[in-house]
Design a protein around this ligand. Structure first.
Ligand code: G3H
Ligand code: 13P
Ligand code: ZN
Length: 327
């Protein structure tokens, strides 16, 4: 069942965060649905409600153009049928104004992100407000971004800006956006923090305080870049350099401070890369795409369960189902 992120956030706020996972292909999609239903090996396995979770499936502009956006929609519609118990939002990740309109007009996305965070404050407000007005008329909710992501020591380093709490309050009021992605020291990709830096929970607490009560926040760049997966990749012929990610124990701390959506893409790519490299290293005679595909779907499902436990969303599906169905 496709729902809006707004409904999911209402249930989650202050208690846990919902995983927002990017997909690009069939194996990621199936692994994601299985993981969120606690079915590791087979689509037909019973749902394990002790770990089952609501989730957000994210589609980036890159994913839309990788093959053709229509394949993604068809695949997700099929997953909805194969996994009828799943409760999830379909979200456009880092949209431009033009792509937001396209996603809203498709009638398929329940949520879009307009990312005009690279623009000056006033221009970001104007663009975001236009998208919000357009989306709300069609029942679609909007995530916007203020501040710029990156590993930082001070408030500003090059083009990197931590979100200013007072500006955030003003931005939300002026645009009417439904949730706000904030820059609190994280960055996209596998190389997040120089040294022992981490998420700026102090800044997050200030932002939460400045915003209306119960206002949902979003953390981008939240992969933990586990050493285990990086080592496996490198042991199987990869050449990833010294990496760093978000401490998984910070997810629950961020959730308690109003973060309802935690974006994870890089970690899924690491699982994918390790499984494919290991498979072809260990079975050099094999050239069947299904051999690594099967291993990956199970490994990814298991990894999603692990992540959801850290986010606190694992085990929430039954309650969320009653919550969204009851209105
Ligand atoms: O925030 C970016 C996401 O990780 C999506 O990455 O644009 O390479 O699909 P992508
Ligand atoms: P990671 O690169 O840390 O997985 O962040 C993903 C993200 O923020 C997608 O919008
Ligand atoms: Zn992002």
């Amino acid at each position: 069942m496709i729902v809006t992120t707004k409904e999911l956030f209402k249930h989650a706020y202050g208690k846990y965060a919902i995983g927002a996972y990017n997909i690009n292909n069939l194996e990621q999609t199936v692994g994601l649905f299985r993981g969120n239903l606690g079915k590791i090996k087979k689509n037909e396995d019973p749902v394990d409600y002790s770990v089952a979770a609501p989730f957000i499936l994210q589609i980036s502009r890159g994913a839309r153009s990788y093959t053709d956006k229509r394949f993604l929609e068809a695949m997700i519609r099929a997953a909805e049928t194969v996994f009828p118990e799943a409760i999830f939002a379909v979200h456009l990740d880092h949209g431009t104004e033009e792509v937001c309109y396209d996603a809203i007009d498709s009638g398929f996305y329940s949520s879009v992100m307009i990312d005009a965070s690279h623009e000056p404050f006033q221009k970001n407000v104007e663009i975001t407000k236009r998208v919000v007005d357009y989306a709300h008329k069609k029942g679609v909710v909007v995530e916007a971004e203020l501040g710029q992501l990156g590993g930082v020591e001070e408030d500003i380093e090059g083009s990197v800006h931590l979100t200013d709490p007072e500006e955030a309050a003003k931005f939300v009021e002026l645009t009417g956006c439904d949730s706000l992605a904030v820059a609190i020291g994280t960055s996209h990709g596998a190389y997040k923090f120089p040294g022992a830096q981490g998420v700026r929970l102090d800044r997050l607490a200030q932002i939460q305080k400045a915003l209306p009560e119960g206002y949902p926040l979003v953390m981008h760049g939240a992969s933990s870049v586990p050493k285990e997966w990086v080592d496996r990749i490198n042991a199987a012929g990869g050449a990833l350099k010294q990496t760093s990610g978000v401490n998984e124990d910070d997810y629950a701390k961020a959730a308690a401070l109003g973060v309802c959506k935690i974006n994870i893409d890089t970690d899924g790519r690491l699982v994918w890369c390790a499984v494919y490299r290991e498979t072809f290293r260990d079975k050099p005679e094999d050239f069947d795409p299904r051999t690594p595909g099967k291993v990956f779907m199970a490994a990814y499902a298991e990894y999603i369960i692990h992540k959801n436990k850290k986010l606190g969303s694992a085990g929430q599906l039954k309650e969320v189902a009653a919550f969204v169905r009851g209105g």
